[in-house]
Ligand binder design. Sequence first.
Ligand code: GLA
Length: 727
Amino acid sequence: MITFSETTRTFYLDTSNSSYVIRILENGAIAHSYYGARIPHEDLSYYNMFRPIVFSAVHEIGGQQISPETIMQEYPTFGRGDYRIPAVTVQGKDGSNVNELHYAWHRILEGKPLMDAMPQLDVDTESVQTLELVLRDAVTGFEAVLYYTPFEESDVIARRTVLRSIAQEPIMVRNACSASFDLETGDFDMITLRGSWGRERYVERYPLHQGVSAIDSRRGASSHELNPFAALVDKDTNEHMGQAYGLSLVYSGDFKITAEVDPFASVRVQIGLNPETFSWKLEPGEILETPEALLTYTQAGLNGMSQNFHRACRNHLGKCADRSLKHPVLINSWEAMYFDFDDQKMIQFVKDCAGLGIDTVVMDDGWFGHRDDDHSSLGDWFIYDRKLPTGLTGIINACHENGINFGIWFEPEMISRDSKLYAAHPDWCIHVPEREGVESRCQRILDMSRPEVVDCIYEQMAKILETYDISYVKWDMNRHMTDNGSAALPVDRQSEMGYRYIRGVYSLIARLEKRFPHVFFEGCSGGGGRFDFGILYYMPQIWTSDDSDAVERLKIQYGTSFVYPPSAIVAHVSACPNHQSGRTTSIDTRANVAQGFSLGYEFDVGKLSQQERDAIKAQIQKHRELENLVNLGDFYRLRSPFTSDYCAWQLVSQDRMQSFVMFAWKTSYVQPAPQYLKLRGLDPEKQYRIPQLNIVRSGAVLMNVGVALQEPGMTDYPSLTLDLIAQ
Ligand code: GLA
């Protein structure tokens, strides 16, 4: 709900449990008054200590001399006395970066204005309002239009900014945050998700300090290294209690999130495109839309924050909110045979899967052009006839004979120099003139900022998808950007390429999904290198990491759940010794770690024993029972693999009738201590049966006393699961 008080010129934006308050000051500057727990609509002007300070610029506001750097700002600029990081920087005809925005007008809209061809929260299941707040800098010649849409039920506010040129000549946008706000105290810890290939989204927590704490990506993708998410939390906030502010960007390219603590210990928080790899030229009258940012506030600790993000995603984020989509239990050919397959081998693979309950067989990399290894053929999306002389028909028939669907791998954004496409269009890859392009995984990146490139890849993919009965596509992206330049853009627009690229990628996915609505798309980027709400808008699940080792996955899945719901997190049971770590774990532990997420398999089923086949059958049956919990349940992190030798998580259905618990030991002790685990989210009044412990206890007892778990015996990396069924 959004309310405007004419008397105090204050906006109140409320969700079920949070309030966000903005005030128009006497000189037209926009002050941030409050973001926190829900409060009544009272006048908060008494609270702000706007004042003059020594060695600082002053402005006259309401008859008083005030230093702009003492004002809690909402969308600040640089050059007029606020020395903190600006939310927006525009270079006008005077060549300077001096800007100053003032209130122009506002309106409160019913619903939510949607951007064209960009991922964002949709609104078909909840009625919402949007504040459109227009600020103007008449000297530089631009308006910043701030959009705020509070989502009541998830306690999330969607924010974005549109810049509009009102100049007579071109202006250059050097920086444009999606969202910015200042809080009066910066005495917070920052939590971010860091990593690398094979080690994505490890949780890191560190105190803010005077100056800038920042994370970003300059890799052309949201990246394995730092996820486009940050939380600011009180020192004593833990998984279950305490204040947490969460920020996430609905975007898949370069981003930046900053928290700048000033000398008076207040903090400026910003999220948006990364100004280091971005600028944008605006012609008179043109607009620039920034990606959407999601903000959430909770007092229910980190689990509360995560559940807010999960709810917003499940209820409003494109395909993630599409209840008609069924996440497949798939098996992927990659770790089973890598590039080494032909149709006979693939048909045998399909036959070996029969009867296990697997519903989709996915043929991974190596089926197109003349691809025998990673040196060739990206960009040539036609069947490799040496490997597949009768096309895909034989394999798909084998699938159908066994009641299985067929899925296929694409890496649409890439080009190999050894390809027909490169021979025909050497300038279609991202590059700068007079520099030999840098290779990574023997490939270059197609310039998706160019519509003709997007068209060409669309046509090729559409041909495959219309010729064959394909129900699933794995969309990969296996290198990061270098040589950031486009042959199609003029010199002063080269830094637009990264943003145009991502928008080109989104447009390609959107076109394919429109034409092939029955195809389920899964995101991937060398594992989890592009795990963000931008991709999830189009693809409701993402391959979480190329590291499929169950013990490593404890950290990776635990960290990923900070922002993304379990159904988005793809977890495969893979071969042992594990192909990435060499570790051996039991098939039960591999399955226990993968259950509770979007389950799949990644090994040569033909090499399995009957016992292992029986185990897989039982796992898939179990997954079907848990499916609703995975798709719609509340996820609780109970024991952190980052700070303990254990890992535990729990899913609880929305009606609190069903729950599932996973507990894993990261190491084996001699004479291990029993583990006492308090459960969460249950109905205290209900009685729950736990077959594995052979007990029936109330939710009150299970949440306050808990369960006692004994390490199950002489084995490495043991784990167990519990089912809770309300009586
Ligand atoms: C990436 C993916 C893998 C596999 C390979 C194929 O690394 O994450 O799952 O598809 O590419 O080249």
